[in-house]
Design a protein around this ligand. Structure first.
Ligand code: PLP
Length: 385
């Protein structure tokens, strides 16, 4: 980011002027509550999450002995998330989001195996590319099937290109960013040589799939899965920054430990130093407030809205690329970029898929039926001009 050329003021701003200025900038931002953001994987935090966040605003989990309360909440959240993902006694941390969780997972895998090569589906989120660059790993992208999930036959071919000892990790996605697909995690696990860490990125799907009648296996119920990313700040309705990394046990974290002599704990195991306890408290609050039943209702409404928009787009001549698996809809369209721009001019924020060309919608909890009815009306008018 390039900074604006503004001098830091000598004298501070008075409160009324400050508030006015803040509101000016706040009005420049888009807000989920208007229901016009149709392509984001984040949403309005639940009110209990907001309240808990504010209560713990000064706490820093980078120094856990000062913040024993928030450290206890983090343990509870990691335990609950592990059980949601099919693991009774997980280890893990709440990090700044899916990107940090994925980078840490590959860092741990590299340290454990000494390997450099990473196999991952072409549908993987770009945070996997960040991890590969940062950790100086070697990418082995795997083609997708016609259903847009990792092609296990191609994975086998990729695996023949390197000796097992040179593999650092395999990555699978449960709830892909562009199409919401879920890779065949059990088949992927069976195709891997023994001992290769298998990381499942369920940053988005982790708070959706457990509440759907989804039959595929995608979590720690598959023996070969060694780590998972699950983000409370997406469908978990928590505040930003909150992304969980879950592991089968704590041992692996010791490989990335560094001594932290001036803090209250002798070792640090996370990439970030100072860590936002506030988002951990927010996650604890919303998970305990909603419970499985509450998340079930949230997901059901999102899926109903996904089907509603899918029907509407199909009637207008833009059928889905694949039947939505989760609350992500991709409607096939020849020029998604042009339409995306025109929609933005009309005040609607959707995103796009390049291959295959499609408009991409994420039906988050802030998107209500009335917003979609309005969107479909505007969209119909726009494609007729
Ligand atoms: N993994 C997946 C599947 C995602 O969809 C995303 C973001 O949308 C990420 C990782 C990265 O998460 P974050 O933006 O919280 O770092």
């Amino acid at each position: 980011m390039v900074g604006l050329v503004v001098e830091m003021r000598e004298k501070g701003m008075g409160l009324p002027e400050l508030v006015e200025e803040l509101l000016k900038y706040h009005r420049m931002d888009e807000h989920f509550s208007k229901g016009r953001i149709l392509g984001s994987m984040c949403t309005e935090p639940h009110p209990v999450a907001r309240a808990a966040h504010m209560l713990f605003i000064e706490a820093n989990l980078g120094n856990p002995r000062l913040y024993r309360g928030t450290a206890s909440m983090e343990k509870e959240v990691i335990g609950d998330l592990g059980r949601l993902m099919g693991l009774d006694e997980p280890a893990g941390y709440i990090l700044s989001g899916g990107t940090e969780a994925n980078i840490t997972a590959l860092y741990l895998a590299k340290k454990k195996t000494g390997g450099r090569y990473v196999v991952y589906p072409k549908s993987a989120h770009f945070s996997i590319q960040k991890a590969i660059k940062l950790l100086d790993l070697k990418p082995l992208p795997v083609e997708l099937t016609e259903e847009y999930v990792m092609d296990v036959d191609h994975l086998r071919k990729r695996l023949e290109e390197v000796s097992p000892g040179r593999l650092a990790a395999a990555v699978a996605v449960a709830g892909s960013t562009e199409l919401g697909t879920v890779d065949p995690v059990d088949e992927i696990s069976s195709a891997l040589p023994p001992g290769v860490p298998l990381h499942v990125d369920a940053a988005f799907g982790g708070f959706v799939l457990p509440f759907l009648p989804f039959r595929g296996k995608y979590n720690f119920e598959v023996d070969g899965v060694t780590s998972m990313t699950v983000d409370p700040h997406k469908m978990g309705l928590s505040t930003i920054p909150s992304g969980a990394l879950l592991l089968r046990g704590f041992e692996d974290f010791k490989r990335i430990a560094v001594s932290s002599p001036y803090l209250t704990e002798p070792f640090a195991y996370t990439l970030a130093g100072t860590r936002a306890s506030a988002a951990v408290a927010a996650t604890w609050a919303v998970m305990n407030h909603l419970g499985r039943e509450g998340y079930g209702r949230v997901v059901e409404e999102c899926m109903e809205n996904t089907r509603f928009l899918d029907r509407g787009m199909t009637e207008l001549g833009f059928p889905h690329i694949i039947e939505p698996v989760i609350n992500v809809l991709a409607s096939g369209i020849a020029d998604p970029e042009g339409l995306q721009r025109r929609l933005e001019d009309a005040g609607w924020y959707v995103s796009k898929v390049c291959k295959p060309p499609a408009l991409r919608f994420v039906l988050m909890p802030h998107v209500k039926r009335r917003h979609l009815e309005e969107f479909l009306k505007d969209f119909e008018a726009l494609i007729q001009t």
